[in-house]
Design a protein around this ligand. Structure first.
Ligand SMILES: [Zn+2]
Length: 275
């Protein structure tokens, strides 16, 4: 199986279990909006038994490639296809496209399990029962993680739940866990922040008395650092947005290279810095 982002890779591995070989194309710190398939990736994609990607234009430079692959190959799946359309956000900045960053609402990400189970079962029908069973286990674990995240967010009073970061990756996060979210770049990291936006943000930070703003692991830090300086506010830490950490890199007992570790790292970092 071939996958794209670490979040998709992690989910397909969990539902697939030990018997399924999963190769992710994008490693830690890689920006999926900008990622272009290398010739070696094309070879892997062409040879894959099945391909799983996020979809909703997250892998913006690979979208045409997936459409072409889907014409010639049987098992090509955008895992966000099993998220009910009425659950998708469509912020104006996204110019008519749904926001692709669904993994930041753990309950919504759990809806993607269905697409992974169906895809694995279609590519490997003899193990269907095992995929269905593991899919149910994964959904249970994600329900637990969602409850943890709600409780963690609840440690902050509502007026302190203001999340300011480099790009608009956290809209679903904000909706699920009650944060007002401001991203300096639009939906994708392709466009750069305009100076007027930066000045507005500095004003906003001062007026609201925001205690910290955040950099992202897969987006250059310069703009946020500049705003922190101008607004005289500290940088509360580095969040994972479109990529996770390195597998095996431990923090407070959780693996930053896992989806669960990413969610826990992000929320803990925000809550500690904004308290
Ligand atoms: Zn993004």
């Amino acid at each position: 199986m071939v996958t794209t982002t670490l979040m998709v890779t992690d989910l397909v591995r969990q539902v697939g279990g030990e018997g399924v070989r999963v190769e992710g194309l994008m490693g830690p710190g890689v920006d999926p909006h900008l990622y272009k398939a290398a010739p070696s990736d094309l070879l892997k994609l062409q040879r894959a038994d099945a391909i799983f990607y996020n979809g909703l234009m997250l892998e913006g430079k690979m979208a045409d490639l997936f459409t072409r692959l889907a014409r010639t190959k049987q098992h090509v799946y955008a895992i966000t296809a099993s998220v009910p359309p009425d659950q998708l956000l469509q912020p104006p900045a996204f110019e008519g496209h749904p926001d692709p960053h669904v993994w930041f609402d753990v309950a919504l990400w759990s809806r993607c399990v269905d697409a992974v189970v169906d895809g694995l079962a279609a590519a490997d029908p003899s193990n269907r029962a095992a995929y269905v069973a593991r899919g149910a286990e994964v959904r249970t674990r994600l329900a637990g993680l969602h409850a943890w995240a709600l409780a963690k967010a609840g440690e902050l009073p509502a007026e302190r739940r203001i999340l300011i970061t480099s790009h608009d990756a956290y809209n679903y996060f904000g909706r699920a866990y009650g944060f007002q979210v401001i991203g300096l770049q639009g939906i994708s990291t392709v466009s750069e922040a305009a100076l007027s936006d930066m000045a507005q943000l500095v004003d906003f930070i001062r007026t609201k008395g925001v205690k910290a703003i955040f950099v992202e692991s897969s987006v250059p830090h310069a703009t946020i650092e500049r705003i922190a300086e101008d607004a005289k506010v500290r940088i509360g830490g580095e969040l994972f947005s479109d990529a996770m950490g390195t597998p095996g890199q431990m923090e407070n007992g959780y693996d930053l290279g896992s989806y669960e570790g990413m969610v826990k790292h992000n929320l803990t970092t925000m809550v500690e810095a904004l308290k």
